[in-house]
Write a protein that binds this ligand. Structure first.
Ligand code: ASP
Length: 333
């Protein structure tokens, strides 16, 4: 009895620390899952959030918690980042990632990389080892090589499921292009499932600093070197201690045009709103009416977390020093 009340007291006076992760939002429906598949997704989400939490628990930095959690998701074929990244129109994989440090607004990003096993780690290297914020394509890979990163074959990211998804997306696009006689309109008509995926994490460490990171294979059947919101600071990723840290997943073109992550933090900073209110406003009142599908994970320096999305589901998980591991996929969990 004595022991447990002492433990409870220690818990209550401990500095808050917490992490939230996502593995993408979209047309995720319970009917499409076998019990085994659902269990495997939940286990992987739990593994990722716990990998990040372990860093925080040991007194590590929120930035390292973010990369630890994202690495688990990048290394899993279940999610559209790293292994399991979607296919481009040319049947390759082009990945984007970004990371931001809430204590000083340092940030790093990579776009359109093809031979980097863990793009979030390269984004962190860009932040820490270069004078730039965003590097792209061959240049980003040349920088990686100079930093001692081993380049990998593009086909290590191949998965059968994503390939079938590309073939379906191509067939749908061809049909729509014939009917609509317009690439843009045909693209717009493509189902949400081809436009969303992505993984991300936001964390608060014991030093009171927050960070956010996002990593993605982008959009199925993308072409012309298309880059989404995930590597764009302010759109797919944002962090500043004075307001909040956000990682987004969704139809990137909307998230860029509506500057989603930064808009949420601006509402917190300048309008004094809670992260929950600010997130709900942007996801449900701003994005949904214009057709922008997706969701975000948000954290503040008190350890509050909010995970709003306007799709059928979002792979997500949280853990803090006062709350146990929470894992969810569908709405209303
Ligand atoms: N936002 C990503 C992009 O547009 C995709 C996603 O989140 O699934 O590239």
């Amino acid at each position: 009895m004595m022991l447990s009340s002492t433990a409870a007291l220690a818990h209550a006076t401990e500095k808050p620390f917490a992490i939230a992760i996502h593995g993408g939002a979209g047309t995720i429906q319970k009917a499409k899952f076998t019990p085994e598949r659902e269990k495997a997704y939940r286990a992987k989400l739990a593994e990722a959030v716990e990998a990040g939490y372990a860093v925080l628990d040991k007194g590590g930095e929120s930035l390292d918690a973010v990369t630890a959690a994202i690495n688990v998701l990048e290394n899993s074929p279940f999610f559209n980042a790293g292994k399991g990244a979607v296919y481009t129109h040319n049947e390759t994989h082009e990945m984007d990632a970004s990371i931001m440090d809430g204590k000083n607004r340092q940030a790093g990003a990579v776009a359109g990389v093809k031979h980097i096993e863990n793009p979030i780690n390269l984004a962190k290297l860009v932040m820490e080892e270069s004078v730039h914020v965003m590097l792209s394509g061959d240049g980003a890979e040349e920088f990686a090589r100079k930093q001692g990163v081993t380049l990998v074959d593009n086909n290590i990211f191949d998965t059968e499921g994503r390939y079938k998804s590309l073939l379906r997306a191509k067939a749908k696009m061809e049909k729509a292009e014939k009917e609509l006689k317009d690439y843009q309109a045909a693209h717009q008509s493509l189902d949400t499932e081809y436009k969303v995926g992505t993984v991300g994490a936001v964390a608060l460490d014991k030093m009171g600093n927050i960070a956010a990171g996002t990593s993605t294979g982008g959009m199925t059947n993308k072409r012309f070197g298309r880059i989404g919101d995930s590597p764009v600071i302010g759109a797919g990723t944002f962090a500043e201690n004075e307001s909040c840290a956000v990682s987004a997943t969704g139809h990137g073109e909307y998230f860029i045009r509506y500057n989603v992550a930064a808009d949420i933090c601006a509402r917190v900073k300048y309008q004094g709103k809670s992260i929950e209110q600010a997130g709900n406003e942007v996801i449900h009142d701003v994005l949904l009416p214009v057709g922008g599908t997706g969701g975000v994970i948000i954290i503040d320096t008190k350890g509050n977390m909010s995970l709003p999305f306007n799709t059928k589901g979002m792979y997500r998980a949280t853990k803090s020093n006062t709350t146990p591991t929470y894992v969810a996929i569908f709405k209303d969990e």
